[in-house]
Design a protein around this ligand. Sequence first.
Ligand code: URA
Length: 211
Amino acid sequence: MTNAKAILVDHPLIQHKLTIMRKADTPSSLFRQLLQEISQLLTFEVCRDLKTEPVLIETPLETMEGQKLAGKKLCLVSILRAGNGLLDGMLDVIPSARVGHIGLYRDHETLKPVEYYLNLPDAIEDRLTLVVDPMLATGYSAIAAVDRLKKAGARQIKFVCLLAAPEGIDAFYDHHPDVPIYTAAIDRQLNDHGYIMPGLGDAGDRIYGTK
Ligand code: URA
């Protein structure tokens, strides 16, 4: 289903798993496992429009024309640190993808994201690039990450998250109308501290058991 802007992947299996993740008493081990399973399911939808090309293969009985993915291997870029929770499930499904990482922190005075780490695969301009972060809240990190990837040459980008706030979707599309957002849910709103409501809390803390 597509709302005005974001692509909502609300498969019943995803809704069921996400509801368990949201519960405050779900332990980190189960939270991580469910995030990995949901990201596998999200990946199917995100990759629905990948191009394939014919390839001749031998089955045990005869020659047939199969299909293989066309073009260069995909690039997955995780926004540290919570992005790694989504990354794992995507790599299960696309094991040959190249992986990049981007680290951003929020400057206390300007409140703007500042890059502290960047490592990207080569030839990013020729790869479909999937930027992953579980929570699209204010959208500032996602916007900054996509700004940086475009500067590095990426031309075909999709953004994949678990939960999105309407404010984050609006801000993101104001800056990057060419980059589709895929999300498993669109929640009600942000609170005064920038948390998604009803949300699931701090995704990084819940994945890694920190506070
Ligand atoms: N980041 C999180 O981890 N959770 C939120 O609710 C918002 C941003």
